[in-house]
Design a protein around this ligand. Structure first.
Ligand code: GLA
Length: 393
């Protein structure tokens, strides 16, 4: 897949710009195993960068503006530092939605007074869009690396992730946490990443040898996801505000344990209580992840994944019928330790932890069962944890 995409963008680059690109970079998508919707509540997350990525071919240009060609859309944008703040192109037309991600990266670099020199670029991705695998973060991290390469400055990967998050929060307008950009920037081959979203300290955790991560794409895409996402985030902020009346020292839902929460839960309006309960219990679950994985206790870790799905479905209410069908079938197949929706939800993918020896048969059975029940052919693949964003040439 990787070599195909590199060949594809290089060919288009030559056609568009008349020479071979000076550089190629890639930045992966991610899958999250545990700790869902807790990154913006200062919790712990356990993602891995995956072997699907955004690839970008790029060269510096003497022009005053950058010209970017999105091979997946057959569309081009041209913008410069002068047009960025109005989200417009050099011809004054608005930057299309897909272009807001690279433009947002340029904007956040300008905010830091880091040079984002003009470039010609062609990019394409095999991270399916809107699927919960962070295609947006992979685009942001690919462009961040491209501008770093041309700008002659170097930021540590976590700083690049934070600037990508800033672009998405303040330029694109999605109030996301740090998990996706972090995983895309900091991924490590064959490892899970455990991030404390408060201190931003992180470490790698080896994935036990005998298990595979299987991603199952329902192929259902929901619109208005960012609106619902921002609403969930606002509900968490509201829960903190109300709980502070009794616990003035708490700064986020990370600061309250399940026991304390149970004691005070009645004081919260029903919907806010459900949202906050998911977060508080999910942080407790993700707190157990490291010890379980280190002890090789995949069975109990898988149970936490299953519990996480129920909580996302019933308390956080970010699942959908197709995701529930995919999870229910997966959990009934031999060799499946745990299955749940991954990412923001409202459609997209599930993540499954499966005994390696069963992974191929599991994928076949799951695909058949899902199509039988929904009429939709899913896309199912065994993924490998990969490195984070890197310059390939
Ligand atoms: C999206 C956001 C992340 C995170 C997840 C849910 O992927 O970009 O920051 O909040 O949803 O865990």
């Amino acid at each position: 897949m990787q070599t195909n995409l590199i060949g594809h963008i290089s060919t288009i680059f030559r056609e568009k710009f008349g020479h071979v690109p000076a550089h190629i970079a890639r930045a992966p998508g991610r899958v999250n195993l545990l700790g869902e919707h807790v990154d913006y509540n200062d919790g712990f997350v356990l993602p891995a960068a995956i072997d699907r990525a955004t690839y970008i071919a790029f060269s510096p240009t003497g022009a005053p503006h950058s010209t970017l060609w999105a091979a997946d859309f057959d569309q081009q944008v041209s913008f410069s530092p002068e047009t960025i703040s109005t989200k417009s192109q050099v011809d004054s037309s608005p930057i299309p939605e897909w272009g807001l991600y690279p433009a947002g990266v340029m904007w956040s670099l300008m905010e830091e007074t880091l040079p984002a020199f003009s470039m010609n670029a062609v990019f394409a991705s095999d991270v399916p869009r809107g699927s919960g695998l962070s295609s947006s973060a992979s685009v942001e991290m690919a462009f961040m690396l491209a501008w770093q390469t041309l700008g002659g400055w170097t930021l540590p990967p976590m700083r690049r992730a934070l600037l990508g998050q800033k672009a998405e929060n303040h330029y694109v307008g999605v109030n996301c946490g740090i998990m996706d950009q972090f995983a895309s920037a900091c991924g490590v081959e064959n490892k899970l990443l455990l991030l404390d979203c408060r201190s931003l300290e992180w470490k790698t955790i080896p994935l036990p040898e005998h298990v595979s991560i299987v991603i199952a794409d329902t192929t259902v895409r929901r619109k208005l996801t960012s609106g619902e996402y921002n609403k969930r985030r606002a509900a968490c902020d509201e829960a903190v505000r109300l709980l502070q009346q009794d616990l003035p020292y708490i700064e986020s839902l990370r600061d309250i344990n399940v026991e304390e929460f149970n004691r005070l839960a009645k004081k919260l309006p029903g919907e806010i209580e459900k949202r906050a309960r998911h977060v508080v219990e999910e942080i407790e679950r993700s707190n157990q992840a490291e010890a379980l994985l280190e002890a090789g206790n995949v069975r109990n870790f898988g149970r936490l994944m299953n519990e996480c799905h129920i909580s996302l479905r019933d308390l956080y209410e970010v699942s959908c019928p197709e995701l529930n069908v995919m999870v229910n079938i997966a959990q009934s197949i031999d060799g499946c330790y745990g299955a749940r929706l991954t990412g923001a939800g409202f459609g997209g993918c599930t993540v499954n932890l499966v005994a390696r020896e069963n992974a191929i048969e599991f994928s076949r059975t799951l695909a058949k069962g899902y199509e039988l029940e929904t009429g939709l052919p899913p896309e199912i693949y065994i993924t490998r944890a990969s490195n984070g964003a890197e310059l390939l040439r």
